[in-house]
Ligand binder design. Structure first.
Ligand code: RET
Length: 270
């Protein structure tokens, strides 16, 4: 499935997107660590998990980036010629899957932890969401690396089953517990779930691109772009929304916390 050739435009598109993802993940992770004192202690774990997710992603994108640079080379002056697959090196799509295997369950942990639900409900949600998410990634991988369209279809379909189950748990079961959240938080959680649905939905679409009749290298570049942009939305932007929920909930739980912050602000001359 890895194309033999890339045009300079295709090469630069993938190169720059991978670089963008590294910057987004790395600095979102730093922000989330630095923002710890801005939320109540009970929400700090969610922020920390989110920072870890972005950190793990930054690491994998460094690896993906070097794998890409080693896999495609050109002799053309200034790189303005066709890039071909290098001898003795291949682009490793496996980094994405090991990244997802670690980060997808953690993203679900983040969501459940920030909601600060009753312990029993937390445990019951996680016992179902975490194994389903791992199964979704593990089943997707054989299809991803296979050269056969049929296998890509079969494993893609198998992987979609746990994906649908996760959506069911998040949209049907979780909704029942939202009534107990403060109204402003409820709205942000709805937004977070929409972001989750919209960004997670990009992965199966990107996976399908090679099967939709796009030309080989265009489909591959589209897939890399899809996965990269979805990773920014699903991890970095998602982490910032988790931060926003943690902040709103900190204010709702403890008005003294908000007043203390405002107090600091008021020390400045008007
Ligand atoms: C695969 C295979 C084809 C079918 C489906 C897939 C879903 C992948 C998803 C990945 C989510 C990854 C995230 C990473 C961020 O850390 C495996 C592409 C349904 C939903 C959220």
């Amino acid at each position: 499935m890895i194309p033999d050739q890339l045009t300079p435009g295709q090469y630069d598109t993938v190169y720059n997107l991978l670089s963008l993802v590294i910057a987004a993940q790395l600095f979102t992770a730093l922000f989330l660590v630095a923002a710890q004192p801005r939320v109540l202690p009970r929400y700090r774990q969610a922020l920390l998990v989110s920072a870890v997710v972005c950190g793990i992603a930054a690491y994998h994108y460094f690896r993906i980036f070097s794998s890409f640079k080693e896999a495609f080379v050109t002799d053309a002056v200034g790189g303005e010629g066709t890039y071909t697959q290098a001898v003795g090196a291949s682009f490793n799509e496996g980094y994405r899957y090991v990244d997802w295997l670690l980060t997808v369950p953690l993203l679900l942990v983040e969501l459940v932890v920030v909601l600060a639900l009753a312990r029993k409900l937390q445990a019951s949600l996680l016992w179902r969401l975490v194994p389903a998410s791992a199964l979704m990634i593990v089943l997707g991988y054989p299809g991803e690396i296979s050269d056969s369209d049929a296998l890509r279809h079969v494993f893609g379909l198998l992987s979609t089953l746990p994906f649908l189950y996760i959506l069911y748990v998040l949209f049907v079961e979780l909704t029942r517990s939202l009534d107990r959240q403060p109204p402003a938080v409820r709205q942000t959680i709805s937004r977070l779930r929409i972001l989750l649905f919209a960004s997670w939905g990009v992965y199966p679409i990107a996976y399908l691109l090679p099967l939709l009749g796009l030309d080989g290298s265009d489909a591959w570049v589209g897939k890399q772009a899809g996965y990269s942009i979805a990773d920014i939305l699903a991890k970095a932007l998602y982490g910032l929304l988790i931060y926003r929920i943690a902040r709103l909930k900190s204010f709702a739980d403890d008005p003294a916390f908000e007043a203390a912050e405002e107090g600091t602000a008021h020390e400045w001359p008007a």
